[in-house]
Design a protein around this ligand. Structure first.
Ligand code: ADP
Ligand code: MG
Length: 760
């Protein structure tokens, strides 16, 4: 079935041509048990390698079942070897980390045999080769004789018609050697077995043919007549032309991942390192971007929480319409919306309190007491009366005094509320802070670092709302056909509420007499107050019912502590209820705080889809360009670090993979092509990469639960969203993929023979 016709093999090394063997013509057939002898260097191994298809020949022709092979490609030889050849080597070439069973099974799985069939056959062969008791022993733990039995079982597994053994007993003691030879002779009954041996006496009783080589030539070729000798045309009997089945590939890949614990740990460790580094990098980058986004400030919004959205809606006439509780409900149902504050105007007018002597000056975002949600208090109790305050604040805020003693004093001091953006303090109504709760900055979307929330009674919130409208309004006074804008520096056109003034009228100072065209008396003249702010326009038509002097003014308006009549002379006194009507308006602007600030753009779009106008406060912050340069620099640095990191891990993994060369050249010898090797390596690496990745993500999650307040952990996890975790995962998997592909194609650039000779 194999015929060599004047075949020669030359080696070229360093410009010198050496003959492995020359002009050899031989014929081999099934049922033959051939022993090749000859001194070292006579060309025995070279001949076997050419017959095995492990090496090429340069001259002559080799026929396989009559087919010429001189035109064969590497792949044709791979197929040939897979179908025809079982190799046995002097140094066994077993996978040392596999058990006996796994070694035999390996070759069957690589040949595309189903797992269940492979199991049956492997066990049969293990029994036949006398390895029954060692089925589950690691190959590395076996004696030389046992190892060679495994190698024989493996060579028989595919049921190839040709078994080629190059000095199979070279590393064995004489007893084991005799055993092995006997086993091979039994096999030779229905196969062609060719062995190279130095111990001819040992094989003589069994062989059917002896070939002696000398200096690359056949010196002697003797055939013995044996009764066992059967000659028949041999064809591959097993369906071995198939490639490995996918489930088997996965099984082997996963087995390889865990097979060698040191290798597994090293690889996984590298991937842990890569994952950690990527996550750190990504979150540092994210937090930089984020912080830069918050660097800015703006002139209109004092609550610049990144969670804040401001919402309005235009009516048909293109003016802004008043928003209702229905709108609030609709907004509350939008995903990621945490808090809907019907009166947005409250958010930019902080509740401000101070004690009489100015020792304690506190301010915070006003929230309705009903919305308190942080549980047990750290100090005091829940408010019960309208003038009692509960403060929720971060520990390091400036709102709460630092010592227990001072906190006690603070909570037993009367505080007075400021109104009109902090320029009048109402000293008539004392408040008390009765409860304090420390929260984390991240607990409430309403606040940013060092800020506080004042939980107040409904009625106080209501006052604040009206007061806030007043604070953010501009006025014009229309008197005697002349329009005057109000101006803090020019009190004449400012307005004060007074219960003493009758509804529909107002009191003015005698300065107004000068603006009256005829008669120099403002009394009885019309005065119009026009209010306008970001939300609405309104006006109040009044008649001047009195031109006040110091005495009448002080009877209608009580000056505050330290305030002199001269400071307020010129103010217009208006009936308090009339004035309230100007500011007690419905809500024209609603405020939404989202749960997850990272999703604020998406939520804004969701709300826009509902027909509202949405302003993202984060985007209104004024940023001065320095941030943009910083960001670019960051990006460059981060990209650089990422590349360095990947290159380092690439080389580390390559070093680790070097130890796998033996394995891959072995499976190649057993018939695995580049695709199979690549597939196995990819699965192997991906298992390690995946485990490394999930170890890191899991550990971060756990650490985050156990040490939730550690700053660095928070920075890491706070900015990592699911798409970002997915991105890190994709990068890690990509790295393992690239390395696997590169490594396996490098391995297959060399010829089969090279890899076996180098690595074994
Ligand atoms: P044997 O197995 O009988 O000891 P070999 O087949 O290994 O002999 O070697 C036959 C001849 O080919 C020797 O002269 C040896 O030096 C040479 N040879 C074998 N392999 C190579 C090689 N890879 N490169 C160059 N020369 C080689
Ligand atoms: Mg040799």
């Amino acid at each position: 079935m194999i015929r060599l016709d004047n075949v020669s093999k030359f080696y070229y090394s360093k410009g010198v041509i050496a003959a492995g063997f020359s002009k050899i013509s031989l014929d081999f057939d099934v049922g033959e048990f051939v022993a090749i002898t000859g001194e070292s260097g006579s060309g025995k191994s070279t001949l076997l390698n050419v017959i095995s298809g492990l090496d090429t020949y340069e001259e002559g022709e080799m026929y396989i079942n009559g087919e010429e092979t001189s035109h064969y490609t590497e792949k044709d030889f791979e197929d040939y070897r897979r179908k025809y050849i079982g190799n046995i080597f002097q140094n066994f070439n077993l996978v040392n980390s596999y058990t006996v069973y796994q070694n035999v099974e390996l070759v069957l799985l690589l040949a595309g045999v189903k797992r269940r069939d492979a199991k049956k056959r492997a066990n049969e062969l293990i029994d036949r080769c006398g390895l029954h008791d060692y089925r589950n022993a690691k190959a590395s733990k076996l004696s030389g004789g046992q190892k060679q039995r495994v190698a024989i079982a493996r060579a028989l597994a595919k049921d190839t018609p040709i078994i080629i053994a190059d000095e199979p007993t070279g590393n064995l003691d004489s007893e084991s050697a005799a055993d092995i030879i006997k086993l091979l002779s039994e096999i030779a009954r229905d196969k062609l077995v060719i062995i190279v041996t130095h111990n001819f006496d040992q094989v003589e009783p069994y062989i059917t043919r002896k070939i002696k080589m000398h200096d690359g030539k056949v010196l002697e070729d003797t055939k013995y007549d044996r009764e066992e000798y059967v000659s028949e045309e041999a064809k591959p009997t097993l369906a071995v032309a198939n490639n490995i089945r996918f489930p088997s590939m996965v099984r082997l890949g996963v087995r390889n991942a865990f097979n060698i614990p040191v290798k597994f740990l090293l690889l996984t460790f590298v991937f842990i390192f890569v994952t950690l580094a990527l996550i750190f990098e990504m979150s540092i980058y994210q937090s930089e971007v984020y912080e830069n986004g918050l660097l800015g400030y703006n002139y209109y919004f004092s609550n610049t929480s990144e969670n804040r959205l401001v919402i309005r809606q235009k009516a048909d006439d293109n003016s802004y319409r008043a928003l209702t509780d229905e709108d609030v409900k609709t907004l509350e149902k939008t995903p990621n919306v945490k808090i809907v504050e019907k009166y947005d105007v409250l958010m930019d007018n902080q509740a401000t309190f101070e004690d009489e002597r100015g020792n304690f000056y506190i301010y915070g975002i006003a929230q309705n007491l009903k919305n308190y949600e942080f549980g047990d208090l750290d100090y005091g109790r829940m408010p019960e009366k309208p003038n009692e305050i509960l403060i929720a604040t971060t520990k390091n805020s400036y709102t709460i005094p630092s010592s227990d003693k001072l906190i006690k004093e603070f909570m037993s001091t009367d505080l007075y509320k400021y109104s009109r953006a902090g320029w009048t303090r109402d000293d008539k109504h004392p408040f008390r802070v009765v409860g304090i709760k420390f929260i984390e900055n991240s607990d409430s979307p309403v606040i940013r670092a060092y800020e506080s929330i004042m939980y107040l009674d409904d009625s106080i919130i209501e006052e604040m709302r009206i007061d806030s409208n007043a604070t953010f309004s501009r006025y014009k006074i229309l008197f005697q056909d002349v329009t005057y804008s109000t101006d803090m520096m020019w009190p004449m056109f400012n307005i004060l509420p007074s219960e003493a003034v009758e509804s529909g009228t107002c009191w003015v100072s005698d300065d107004y007499n000068m603006y009256v065209k005829n008669g120099f008396n403002a009394q009885g003249k019309d005065l119009k107050i026009i209010v306008n702010n970001n939300y609405y326009d309104d006006e109040l038509n009044l008649t001047v019912s009195k031109v006040y002097n110091k005495q009448s003014f002080t009877s209608a308006y009580q000056l505050e502590n330290g305030q002199r009549f001269e400071d307020v002379k010129g103010f217009i006194l208006v009936n308090d209820k009339d004035l309230n009507k100007l500011y007690d308006k419905e809500s024209y602007q609603v405020c939404v705080f989202v749960d997850d600030a990272m999703q604020v753009d998406k939520t804004a779009n969701d709300i826009r889809d509902l027909g509202y106008e949405v302003l993202i406060i984060r985007d209104t912050l004024y940023n001065d360009g320095e941030g943009a340069i910083l960001q670019l620099l960051n990006k460059v640095i981060i990209l650089g670090v990422a590349i360095v990191l990947l290159v380092i891990s690439y080389f580390v993994i390559r070093i680790i993979l070097k130890s796998r060369n033996v394995y891959y050249s072995t499976i190649r010898m057993l018939g695995a092509n580049v695709g199979v090797s690549r597939g196995l390596l990819i699965i192997d690496m991906m298992v390690c990469a995946g485990i490394g990745y999930f170890v890191v993500v899991g550990a971060l999650k756990l650490l985050n639960i156990w040490f939730s307040s550690t700053y660095i952990l928070k920075t890491v996890t706070e900015f990592m969203t699911i798409p970002q975790y997915a991105l890190v995962f994709a990068i890690v998997i990509l790295i393992s993929l690239i390395i696997s592909v590169r490594y396996s194609s490098k391995l297959f650039k060399k010829s089969t023979m090279q890899t076996i000779k180098e690595e074994v």
